[in-house]
Design a protein around this ligand. Sequence first.
Ligand code: HEM
Length: 509
Amino acid sequence: MSLFNESTTASWTLFPEPSVALPTVAGVLFSSIILYFSIDKLSRNEKDVERLGSLSILTACQPFFNQRADFLKTGFEKTRQKLFSFKVLHATVVAVRGETARKAFYDTRGLDLEEGYRYLMGSAPILGDIGVELEPNQDISLFNKYILNLLSKQRMAETLPTFFDDIQARMDGWGKEGRIDPFKDVYDLIFQTTIRMATCRELATDMKAMTKLREQYWVLEKNATPTALLLQWLPSSAKRNKLIATKDLHATMRTYVENRKGATPNSDAIDFLLSKGLKTDEVVEFVLNMTFLGLINTGCSACWTLLYLSFHMEWKQKVATEVNAIIEKHTNTSSPEPLHKRLAAVPISAWDEEMPALELVLRETLRLILSPTALRRNFQENLEIDGKRIPIGNFVAYSLGDAHMNPDIYTDPTEFDPTRFDPGREEDKKETYAYLGWGGGRHPCLGIKFAKLEIKIIVALLLAGYEYDVVDERGERPERLPDTDFNDIHQPRPVAGDPCYLKFKRIVD
Ligand code: HEM
């Protein structure tokens, strides 16, 4: 049984293996392009989506992968349409914008999330690529159900003290005073809690294995190139690197799953999945994917939250006051226990309900940094968006920046202003799905509570236990925060060449 929809993938494959030599492929491709556009011009009607430039079949591929946000923005500027389409090799992608299209994008049942990301993002490990065949299963909802089971409030409450121990142990490794790269070191804290929640305690305490796993995920991301994704039959170093990393991830995780099979069952994720009757490789696939999902957004979100707090002292102060109030109310302040142990005694409900300022900061941070392109593939006949026909098999792309950076929705959209969500202002309610930091419609994020908890733990430990500030390469406070690289299709990192660090000093043990 595969928890992902592999049989549908097979029947909809648009990138078949060629049986002819490369030069012939190039020739056939060129003639096809000419033929394609001649026929296309004659057969177009008013319901067809406007196509971007006649050479896009050859040129769209690189920018769609390497400069996706800019490419889509320019496409809308050029076509002046709400929808436009372009070819990425054999695949047709329809980019959409505006409230009507946004609503259709998030609400249409036939628009498949998993298929969209598999081909056009492609940094998740896919065991089928290394010949691990799992029984096909149409039921993605089973995967989602298990995710929800594993991220239940009860499980988070039980694991809370361990999260604190894990995170503090890693922070102790930073020393009492110094400088860290948040996009590596804070990211590692999230990696740690994700592994704790998504796999088993043996792995969550094995630093060497975790470091290796983290590197392998990074290799997958770095090598998710257009050729590796779309021309799967073509040998390339990117494809080879992806396969090696997937093999290594599979082998490492398989060892842990096999070991758990012979052990006394506990409440860890691997044991939970085994208790549901999943076979070894199914468990491996599940935990590798859950780890991936747990990482892609949470790591960078935690980093940017700390950076924005540091640059907006009034909010840093408000959140610090909130953290202190929680400590006062829920912990024994005269206890000799270290801070992280005391914080671990704060009930899960307090983390959930008693941090309104941090909630606002996180909401605003996600609005500012999350402008990736959400992806779908159409499986619905006669789908129309904004009066235009989307054929079956087409991919559909929606850039979150269309909502998050829209000045008609958000006043001064590039400014950090958490009060925009306050009662009375509520800018995020101006249009349908105007706020998409946690997704929406048919695919709201299932990890929201867990992700918020992880980020709140890190913020609380840093604000109550350390002094910290943002510094540049020279150790000085920069005039502004680095820009987010919206063209990075995997994670909202700072633009290259604009590094920033956190200078810290431990003040409470
Ligand atoms: C700050 C951290 C996170 C952010 C900002 C975030 C954001 C999102 C967004 C925007 C989507 C919708 C994607 C789309 O519509 O194309 C989504 C979906 C999803 N997220 Fe998250 N996420 C975070 C953390 C997590 C974590 C920790 C997990 C689980 C370990 C998770 C699991 C999922 C799943 C399973 C879906 C797909 C739901 C479906 O298919 O219906 N997320 N997330």
